[in-house]
Design a protein around this ligand. Structure first.
Ligand SMILES: [Zn+2]
Ligand SMILES: [Zn+2]
Length: 248
């Protein structure tokens, strides 16, 4: 089997499929797009009107270097479900298509939609989507399913962007906790990195001074809360501070 013959067939199946997807969700009517790698959610919106989808990153095309890179090869892509595209690589190994097995290679601008169609063929999605970022990078997504707007908001709100870690789950700490000075580390409940949190649970920590005030006030009174101050950090920062305080 020749790659070129195969991909031609895949594309001719994909084009009407994609048209149907665009029509059903009125994809072209939306003015803005936004995606969150940590939640693997793509949001399309115009004003208050929005729609959300779960996506799998397929890969990216640089129009500067004319290179394609599969998502599984891309260390900057933090989506966990990018590993789903390894199934396409496996398929590529079986049929001996190097376009599916080489992580990165030179190509033309059509490669993005070609490989999105191929990924859809192997993984089964509901459509494809392309975002164009300023730095001449096109990122291709396989759209897996629509998700409820409220659920999307809830999932996105649980994640905070971080300069150091890109993003992570939201964690709350007192204004005194930091990575440079040991201040003691008290927690609402025992925690470990990556743990699953219950519906109403949050990572919450405070320093020894805050603990003194809390005990004196017999709880989180207004006064104790005022002393606490409060900062929001990412989960990774939270555990760095925790380790720093307990480490030797
Ligand atoms: Zn404190
Ligand atoms: Zn962080």
């Amino acid at each position: 089997m020749e790659y070129s013959n195969f991909i031609e067939k895949i594309i001719s199946d994909f084009i009407p499929f994609q048209k149907e997807f665009n029509k059903e969700y009125k994809i072209d009517d939306f003015e803005n797009w936004y995606y969150r790698q940590a939640t693997e959610i793509l949001t399309l919106s115009t004003g208050d009107d929005e729609i959300n989808f779960k996506y799998i990153p397929v890969g990216s095309f640089s129009s500067k270097s004319n290179t394609w890179m599969w998502a599984w090869e891309n260390s900057h892509s933090i989506e966990e479900n990018k590993l789903a595209t390894l199934k396409v690589k496996k398929f590529g190994n079986q049929v001996k298509f190097k376009e599916l097995t080489d992580g990165q290679f030179e190509s033309d601008k059509y490669i993005g939609w070609e490989l999105t169609a191929m990924t859809n063929h192997v993984l089964g999605g509901i459509g494809g989507y392309r975002v164009q970022s300023e730095d001449h990078l096109e990122k291709y997504f396989l759209i897996v399913e629509p998700i409820d707007n409220e659920l999307a908001k809830k999932l996105n709100d649980q994640i905070i962007d971080c300069d150091e870690h890109e993003s992570g789950r939201v964690a709350f700490i007192c204004q005194h906790l930091n990575k440079k000075t040991k201040t003691g580390f008290e927690e609402a409940f025992p925690t470990w990195k990556g743990m699953e949190l219950g519906e109403d649970d949050d990572f919450q920590a405070w320093c020894n001074e805050c603990e003194k005030v809390r005990l004196k006030e017999d709880g989180w009174t207004d006064k104790a809360m005022e002393f606490l101050g409060g900062k929001v950090v990412c989960e990774n920062c939270y555990f760095e501070i925790k380790e720093f305080n307990f480490g030797t």
